[in-house]
Design a protein around this ligand. Structure first.
Ligand code: MF3
Ligand code: CO
Length: 251
């Protein structure tokens, strides 16, 4: 069942996402060679708790941290570690969730550590554009699969591949609500997008092939071919006036 949100629920979701974006900003500002992903995680948790929220990922199906910190060929769900120190040239996906007043915010960015290779820069730019194109679809009257189709067309036009094993999702009182939002597919299918629908849209785009392998830790998802991957995520509401990027756009 797809749960549409009321105006006041959207306002709360906006605040939850504001907390997430504040944490992402704080973390991104601390990213530099030598910093451990564990230290970044501590910054995020402290930021979320001091803002009156709590980490949404910690304890979710046993996940142990506030952030997912996914370096280079790690696609998503990298677990922060004291032993993992960032190096110049790395790309780092920072995924963060927070619960505030009963609603979940969820967003992610991929950032470069120092100067990165031009092919890494291009992958980050195109993946960000994939998310922007998908956000533009979030209007009344469009259909659910238009979201994934827009991501896939843009990624593949640049010779990249779309990860199939993970999807975006509805979000609200629960982090994962219906519908699931694949980043690929034919356009014009699935439910019509209606005001009050909120989706966490999260393209995961690989420089090489789409294949995924999971580490023995049960979480860390890597590209099978060892090539780079990037990930950006926004929680976005459909409104009569168009897309509302929660925690970012003023309303
Ligand atoms: N943005 C991710 C998702 O939507 C983060 C979840 S990590 C988890 O699934 F550990 F909480 F599962
Ligand atoms: Co998500």
């Amino acid at each position: 069942m797809i749960v549409l949100k009321t105006a006041s629920e959207l306002a709360t979701l906006d605040q939850a996402n504001r907390l997430v974006h504040g944490a992402l900003h704080r973390v991104a500002a601390a990213v530099k060679p030598g910093v451990s992903t564990w230290d970044l995680d501590a910054l995020a948790e402290e930021y979320i708790r001091s803002g009156g929220g709590r980490p949404a990922f910690k304890g979710y199906r046993g996940y142990p941290a506030t952030l997912c910190t996914s370096v280079n060929e790690v696609i998503v769900h990298g677990i922060p570690s004291k032993a993992l120190h960032l190096r110049a040239g790395d790309v780092l996906s920072i995924d963060c969730g927070a619960v505030l007043d009963g609603f979940v915010g969820d967003a992610a960015v991929t950032v470069s550590v120092g100067v990165v290779a031009p092919e890494a820069d291009a992958l980050l730019r195109v993946t960000r554009e994939c998310l922007e194109h998908a956000i533009e679809v979030m209007r009344p009257g469009r259909r659910l699969t238009d979201v994934g189709h827009s991501v896939q067309s843009h990624a593949e036009a640049h010779g990249y591949s779309v990860v199939r094993d993970f999807c975006g999702h509805g979000i609200g009182r629960a982090m994962h609500e219906e519908p699931s939002v694949p980043n690929y597919g034919q356009p014009g299918r699935g439910p019509e997008l209606r005001p009050g629908l909120v989706l966490a849209i999260e393209p995961m785009i690989n420089l090489g092939k789409a294949g995924v392998v999971i580490d023995p830790d049960g979480w860390t998802a890597r590209t099978e071919d060892g090539k780079l991957s990037a990930h950006f995520e926004h929680s976005v509401a459909v409104t009569e006036d168009g897309p509302w990027v929660l925690g970012v756009d003023g309303r």
